[in-house]
Design a protein around this ligand. Structure first.
Ligand code: PLP
Length: 404
């Protein structure tokens, strides 16, 4: 066996399909988000405007967050030095977990090194511990939830995206005495649509299931204190587990769950992805803590964010660009072909200094390849107009269709 050749052929297949991933080499400018620099195909640094960051509110550049991190670094040094069990249980972690439990109105919270790990570790552990557990999973659930569900080894049923009728069919067809877990997201980040959380909780009550909600694309951004869509809709107490990230709207890094004290204790005690991994750096935790606290109090970022997203959808829509319907802050523009999608992104970066990553299969279904714009409170009208004009020029150059 020529190992290298087999690996190379796997890469070649991606090239042939036009979905080989190229990572853009960037640096963000401190305090000046979404302004950044990139090194792509140039000597030295070139100014760019970022249009695809998940630092939705620019909190990664917030003075309070940076100050908290600097302070922690100078107080306790760089890393945590261990797993939570062996010397890495810093006071910052405990403060943050209290703050997160309070944010979601739950008894307890647990932090992980990422949202990915929190989903994988929690879902696989809960479903393993419940004897004969059956999992009901939305078909568009994130890869990290799918990994957790697979690793649990539990029987699983995938329901059509946000389809309550299909979900109920599957629940009704499962023996009443089996433990059931419904796993879904609030904001689906590639389309920008939102799950019918209340109705899913109603079904969970009717069929005696527990619920697991991924609010990764909503925490910090929705609800009066940034507790997510379930916070906005007054539904947090109806969910068994709420999961979030500290890496998107909170602008730092890490993931978490919030739930009852018992559920958090069982994950803390049984989940390998939690137990056998060095805990987050206290510097990151201090930054996340400052961010969560700030967004519990402050509405400005959330309001501006919604206003900016609505404005961009309107601007691109009025220009005839194929903006996909979205009820959230996500602004997807459909291209429908991986090669063109990458090409548009390349032209935007090289000729216009506009950075938006092409979104291709397997992140989205084939034929729905898109550009996914994430306007923040700091994206100005001028930046939006420049983006629209660049897209119109490229649409014309590549003979793409505009709406009438
Ligand atoms: C990004 C993402 C995650 C993973 O969170 P990280 O903190 O980036 O690991 C989980 N769920 C969804 C829906 C996501 O989009």
């Amino acid at each position: 066996m020529n190992y290298e050749r087999v690996f190379q052929e796997a890469i070649d297949r991606l090239h042939q399909e036009g979905r080989y991933r190229v990572f853009i080499d960037v640096l963000r400018n401190r305090g000046a988000f979404p302004n950044a620099r990139c090194f792509a195909g140039h000597n030295g640094q070139r100014p760019i405007v970022m249009w695809c960051s998940n630092d939705y509110l620019g909190m990664g550049q917030h003075p309070k967050v940076i100050e908290a991190m600097e302070k922690a670094l100078h107080d306790v040094g760089a890393g945590s030095g261990g797993t939570r069990n062996i010397s890495g249980n810093t006071h910052y972690h405990l403060d943050l977990e209290n703050e997160l439990a309070d944010l979601h109105g739950k008894e307890a919270a647990l932090t992980f090194t990422s949202g990915y790990v929190s989903n994988e570790a929690t879902l696989s552990t809960l479903a393993k511990i419940l004897p004969g557990c059956v999992i009901f999973s939305d078909e568009l659930n994130h890869a990290s939830m799918i990994a957790g569900i697979r690793n649990s080894g539990a029987e699983r049923h995938v329901f059509r995206h946000n389809d309550l009728v299909h979900l109920e069919e599957l629940l009704a067809a499962t023996p009443a005495d089996k433990p059931k877990l419904i796993a879904f997201e609030s904001v689906y980040s590639m389309d920008g649509d939102i799950a019918p959380i209340k109705e899913i909780c109603d079904l969970a009550d009717k069929y005696n299931a527990i619920t697991y909600l991924d609010e990764v694309h909503a925490v910090g951004m929705y609800g009066n204190r940034g507790g997510g869509v379930a916070d906005r809709e007054g539904l947090m107490d109806r969910l068994t587990v709420i999961e979030g990230t500290l890496g998107k709207a909170f602008g730092v890094m890490g993931g978490y769950i919030t739930a009852s004290r018992t559920i958090v204790d069982v994950v803390r005690s049984y989940a390998p992805g939690f137990i056998f991994s060095t805990s987050l750096s206290p510097v990151l935790v201090a930054g996340a803590l400052a961010s969560v606290r700030h967004l519990k109090e402050s509405q400005v970022e959330r309001q501006m964010h919604q206003e900016r997203a609505a404005r961009l959808k309107q601007m691109l829509g009025e220009a005839g660009l194929p903006v996909m319907p979205s009820v959230s802050h996500i602004v997807p523009v459909k291209v429908g072909d991986p090669v063109r999608c990458k090409k548009i992104s390349d032209i935007l970066l090289v000729e216009y200094g506009i950075y938006v990553q092409p979104i291709n299969y397997p992140t989205v279904p084939r034929g729905t390849e898109r550009l996914r714009f994430t306007p923040s409170p700091n994206h100005s009208d001028e930046m939006m107009a420049a983006l629209r004009d660049a897209l119109l020029e490229i649409w014309d150059r590549l003979d793409l269709r505009l709406a009438a």
